[in-house]
Structures are given as structure tokens and as C-alpha cells.
Write a protein that binds this ligand. Structure first.
Ligand code: HEM
Length: 345
């Protein structure tokens, strides 16, 4: 099995850092930050296996990130699996985006690529209704897919502080927050910010509906015009449901507005994260570590160059213990390891 040395991991991280810096968007942002974090998540739906089904509309937009990353991976494909390399790329992107509180996520190796990597025709199960969904859809998804609870789900969705949605991919449009390159709790602060006058608008009224929440006005500014085509900061229903108890119809339209909706049961978690960046980053780290072990048992994954049990870093050990507990709880009856895709997928 492929297993890089710690020095090789350092070399790969340097190459990935260069890769991330090597592409800038029109606003001077770095699109690969968001793209690589999203890839790390999408690869782990159905098990982290270095394979993404690009024919699945839920994966729309990932193609250029995978294609460009292949050029970097070609230099290391004899020492690391693609599945591990994609996870390292996600971690490097998070580090690049962090300023004050950096996520502390141990990089574990041992993931195995699917036989057709990087492509697959497997249909992975993403949240019902994608960005149209409500809190029930979101929580069910994280529970059934990753064995993650409510708090972990709220923490993970904070990754939407990075990157943006694109009309040509999901059909939604815009970043979630003002600075899509910065990994901090702005996502939670904006969700709670009444001065942003959140309104729900359909940015694709002549085609398949795309109801997203946009700022009704700039902070402190006069009430602005509804963003007809989006492009400014936005939230999906699956984000807004963390603070508002929205019920959406099959097109994604909410029956209440930001001011008339009742509070969501997860509101208090959002408030905690909005008030405490370090707390959010720490809980995000744990949830991300668990998500990116999906499909494996604790004995399958280890820190490069070590045996997991030898590792002396206390914080990393805590996270590994958490992963072990979750993996043990999630093991199917009969104690069979859940490596790669689950039966029936
Ligand atoms: C309920 C679960 C989720 C839903 C419905 C959802 C939905 C979406 C949608 C619709 C987009 C826009 C894609 C595009 O147009 O290119 C997106 C982007 C993104 N998502 Fe999620 N997402 C979910 C969970 C997550 C999780 C768990 C993570 C990571 C931990 C994540 C990280 C990202 C990032 C970083 C982007 C920006 C990508 C870019 O800039 O290219 N998402 N998500």
C-alpha cells in the first residue's frame, strides 16, 4: 500500500500551496481554496476513495479542480493514493485560508482509490434537494452518511465561508460571505446579521428555479435592489435553515421570510460559533477529520511515517480517538470493516 514519508508530505504540501496560489479569480481571490475543500467533502460521500462521478449534477463544478490537481498528483502518484492526496489538498487549502485560528486536523493516510479513479459511475447520495433542502434534509444526510450529529453538521457547513456557487455549476450564484478566501466564522455572523435584510429570491426565474437568500441591503447602507441574477453574497436554504425554521416547497421557495420565520432548533449553535471563532474552528476540525475518514476503520488510517498508536501529539490523539469512537459506532452489524463503497451504492 502507498505510504508517503513525512518529508514527502512536506514536499507535497509545498507543491499544493503553489498550486493554490497559481490561480486567481477576477476579485483577486483564490478559487482553488474553495474548490479543493469542496472536493475533499464530495470525495468522502459514499467513502473517501479518490473517485467522483462527474455525471452526477451534485458534483457539477468539480471537473476543473480535479483536472488541474491531476498535474500536481502526477509527481507523487507512486507514493500516495489519489484519495489521500485529495484530502491533503483540502487540508492545505484550509491552512492557506486560515489567519487567526488554524484548524488542527491530523493528516491520516491509508485511503484506497476505487478501481476507476478519478472517475466513477457510482451514484453517491447527496442531501435530498441539494441546496433547496431544509434542516431535516441536512441533518439526516450528515447522520446517515458520516454518522455525524447536529453540532457537527452545523460546524461543517461553516466551510461555506470559503469559495462560491456558480451559475454554470449548481445554478446558484455568489460567495457566501464577503471574503471567500478566509476561513473564519463570518458565515455564522452573517446568518445572524439582521442588518443584511436577508431576502429570498429566485435567480433563475425563466428556467429551473434557484431560490437563494441574498442581502436586501449592504451593511449600514440604504435598502438595495433585489439581486436579480445573484452574484453578491448569498445563502442556500441548506444554510439558512440553521437559523430559521424554513419550510420549502419542491422548487425551494420558503413559506416564511427572514423576519417572519420561527427560530431554527440549531440557532443556539450558530450563535455560539458566531461569538467564538476558536470554538468553531476546533469543532470544525473534529467534524472534518471524521468526515474525511468515511468508509474506513481506525486501523486503516495512520499518520504518515508513524503507527497511529505511537503518535505523541495530544490534540491529534484526541481527534483520532474521536474518529475511532465514531467509526466503531458506525460499523455495520457483524463488525465488517466499511472500506470504500458500502454495499448497495
Ligand atoms: C447540506 C450539505 C451541503 C449542500 C447542500 C451544499 C451545497 C453546495 C452548493 C450548491 C455549492 C455551489 C457549487 C457550485 O455552484 O460550484 C457548494 C459549494 C461549496 N461547498 Fe457545499 N454543500 C454542502 C455541504 C458542504 C460541506 C460539508 C463542505 C465542506 C466541509 C462544503 C464545502 C463547499 C465549498 C468550499 C464550496 C465552494 C466551492 C467553490 O468555490 O468552487 N459544502 N456547496
Amino acid at each position: 500500500q502507498l505510504s508517503p514519508t513525512p518529508d514527502q508530505v512536506i514536499e507535497m504540501r509545498a507543491a499544493l500551496e503553489q498550486h493554490i496560489e497559481g490561480l486567481t479569480g477576477p476579485g483577486g481571490d483564490h478559487p482553488r481554496i474553495g474548490g479543493l475543500v469542496r472536493l475533499a467533502f464530495h470525495d468522502c460521500v459514499g467513502g473517501c476513495d479518490g473517485c467522483v462521478n462527474l455525471a452526477n449534477p451534485d458534483n457539477a463544478g468539480l471537473r476543473p479542480y480535479i483536472r488541474d490537481l491531476e498535474v500536481v498528483y502526477a509527481n507523487f502518484d507512486d507514493v500516495i493514493s489519489r484519495a489521500d492526496f485529495w484530502q491533503l489538498a483540502g487540508l492545505e487549502a484550509l491552512d492557506r485560508a486560515s489567519e487567526t485560528d488554524s484548524p488542527d486536523i491530523p493528516f491520516l493516510v491509508g485511503r484506497v482509490d476505487c478501481s476507476t479513479s478519478p472517475d466513477t459511475s457510482d451514484l453517491e447520495a447527496f442531501p435530498t434537494n441539494g441546496g433547496h433542502g431544509n434542516l431535516g434534509n441536512v441533518l439526516d444526510f450528515f447522520q446517515s452518511e458520516f454518522n455525524l450529529g447536529e453540532r457537527d453538521a452545523v460546524a461543517l457547513l461553516g466551510a461555506h465561508t470559503l469559495g462560491r456557487a456558480r451559475t454554470g455549476a449548481s445554478g446558484f450564484n455568489g460567495p457566501w460571505v464577503g471574503n471567500p478566501d478566509l476561513f473564519d466564522n463570518a458565515y455564522y455572523r452573517d446568518l445572524l446579521n439582521e442588518n443584511l435584510m436577508w431576502i429570498q429570491t429566485n435567480i433563475n426565474p425563466t428556467g429551473e428555479d434557484r431560490w437563494q437568500w441574498v442581502h436586501g441591503r449592504a451593511p449600514g447602507g440604504p435598502r438595495g435592489k433585489r439581486q436579480v441574477a445573484g452574484g453578491g453574497p448569498m445563502m442556500l436554504n441548506s444554510d439558512m435553515c440553521l437559523v430559521k425554521d424554513i419550510t420549502v416547497d419542491s422548487d425551494g421557495r420558503s413559506s416564511c421570510n427572514y423576519f417572519s420565520c420561527a427560530d431554527s432548533p440549531t440557532l443556539s449553535i450558530v450563535e455560539e460559533y458566531a461569538n467564538n471563532n476558536a470554538l468553531w474552528v476546533s469543532e470544525y476540525s473534529r467534524a472534518h477529520a471524521i468526515m474525511t475518514s468515511n468508509g474506513y476503520n481506525s486501523d486503516d488510517l495512520r499518520i504518515p511515517g508513524t503507527n497511529v498508536d505511537d503518535d505523541s501529539d495530544e490534540e491529534e490523539e484526541e481527534i483520532i480517538e474521536a474518529i475511532e469512537a465514531i467509526l466503531a459506532a458506525g460499523r455495520p452489524q457483524g463488525g465488517q470493516p466499511r472500506r470504500g463503497r458500502r454495499p448497495g451504492r
